[in-house]
Design a protein around this ligand. Structure first.
Ligand code: SF4
Length: 441
């Protein structure tokens, strides 16, 4: 099990957050691509949410047609480079690779994908074409993966695109919320710059859309609007002591870490509450930042966790301790956190029950809440006739991604409640096609 020294410099931070999927060199890519069987009914394609023609791009790498390979990837997925690195390939394309049935390691599809797209981004090779102008304009709210994918696709269809972004940098959670050992800020921004240079969509930074008046202006000035607004801040638990110093949401914690690196100081003992992939990331990051003890506490059993098994294993290998069937009931301390009071739980008929007189306290100096993010419900209320479901997700047509207000389309976390970058990239692309159909019918 790894033990991490507290990083005091950028070099030490990089050492602790070494990229999980290193970039392949030419020789590795040549040999790895030679292993692909180019299956006739390739299950890897079916398992990819954007249905990239995986055997084709692998064949193109093998025949030294890296530009063609990158084109194959981007044609299906506008965030092809980021997805090659951050996608949970073990449960998607690589998990479906036929080699798994033969007890042979699957083709490293994600790393091959990253090899091709990274090369083409690095050499600044132009491969996209803006479509002939339709004279129509589309507004996109949010420059996360759904918004960026929607913008790229719309530009190839000949639309003018303005993206309204609340923050001062693009790509939403890819930049702010993905663990730094998965992808660096530089790599995320390079891909966006590469796309933007060729496709010429505009991003208006520091431009949050929060009022009815702003929405009405967009409705008058644009032919359609795409909502790629993602999710909001970490949801509150309504638990006593939640307002104490050093109680932080996981998304906010990861964002700060991604922006400030070694300059943020993590106290010695950290409790992370939650059982999803974000909880695993936050716990792993706390350990990599040199906390001497990081406890991951989940109110249900290990089997009930929403996190992928490999994400849990990664956190444990970074030195995180896990605690299951423990529900937090109070954050203790005066002004600052001093501990978390838990009660033990058990599952009865799939319902979670607390066990009487089983309270216990874990001492800590910091609590990271990874218990889900709030939805952007207050924005949705401002849009006429916009239907949302019981979980405050925007309802859309599954094929066109059009909402109940025909002028609005939506995709990404705003419609699925929180999924992978690749799902958002798919939604954005399909919504652009949906808008095109609607505007040209
Ligand atoms: Fe190649 Fe595996 Fe896909 Fe078959 S399933 S085409 S071997 S990557």
């Amino acid at each position: 099990m790894a033990e991490y020294k507290r990083p005091e410099s950028e070099a030490e931070f990089k050492k602790n957050f070494k990229q999980k999927k290193a970039l392949m060199n030419d020789t590795e890519a040549f040999y790895e691509s030679s292993r692909c069987l180019f299956c006739y009914d390739a299950p890897c394609i079916q398992a990819c949410p954007t249905h990239i023609d995986i055997p084709l791009f692998i064949k193109q790498i093998h025949t030294d047609n890296v530009t063609g390979s990158a084109k194959t990837i981007f044609d299906a997925n506008w965030l092809g480079n980021a997805c090659g690195v951050v996608c949970p390939t073990g449960v998607l394309c690589e998990g479906a690779c036929v080699y798994n049935h033969q007890d042979v390691p699957p083709i490293q599809i994600g790393r091959l994908q990253n090899y091709a797209t990274h090369k083409i981004i690095n050499s600044n090779t132009g491969i996209f074409k803006v479509g002939a102008s339709t004279g129509r304009r589309i507004a996109i709210i949010g420059s996360g993966p759904a918004g960026i994918a929607c913008a790229c696709e719309l530009r190839t269809l000949g639309y003018e695109v303005d993206i309204f972004e609340a923050k001062d940098q693009p790509t939403g959670l890819v930049l702010h919320g993905v663990a730094p050992y998965k992808i660096t800020n530089e790599e995320v921004l390079e891909e966006i710059e590469y796309l933007q240079k060729q496709l010429g969509f505009n991003i208006k930074y520091d431009s949050p859309i929060t009022s009815k008046k702003q929405l009405k202006d967009l409705e008058s000035n644009y032919d359609a609007i795409f909502l790629g607004v993602g999710l909001g801040k970490t949801a509150t638990l309504n638990m006593e002591g939640e307002d104490k110093e050093n109680v932080i949401g996981a998304v906010e914690f990861i964002e700060e870490l991604r922006l400030k690196h070694h300059q943020i100081k993590i106290p010695n003992k950290v409790v992370v509450i939650g059982g999803g992939n974000t909880a695993m990331d936050a716990a792993s990051e706390s350990a990599r930042m040199g906390a001497s003890k990081t406890v991951l506490a989940y109110r249900r059993s290990k089997e009930d966790m929403g996190a992928y098994g490999f994400e849990y294993d990664l956190a444990i290998s970074a030195g995180v301790k896990s605690l299951f069937n423990a529900a937090p009931i109070e954050i203790m301390g005066n002004e600052k956190v001093e501990g978390v009071k838990f009660v033990k739980t058990q599952s009865v008929n799939d319902q979670i029950e607390t066990i009487e007189d089983s309270e216990f306290i874990i001492q800590c100096d910091m609590v990271i809440k990874a218990t889900g993010q709030a939805k952007q419900g207050s924005l949705y209320k401002l849009i006429d006739k916009l239907e949302i479901d019981q979980k405050t997700r925007i309802k859309v047509n599954e094929v066109t991604f059009q909402t109940s207000n025909p002028k609005y389309f939506a995709g990404g976390d705003a419609i699925n409640g929180g999924a992978e970058v690749v799902h958002a990239a798919y939604d954005g692309k399909m919504a652009a096609q949906g808008m095109h159909q609607w505007l040209t019918k």
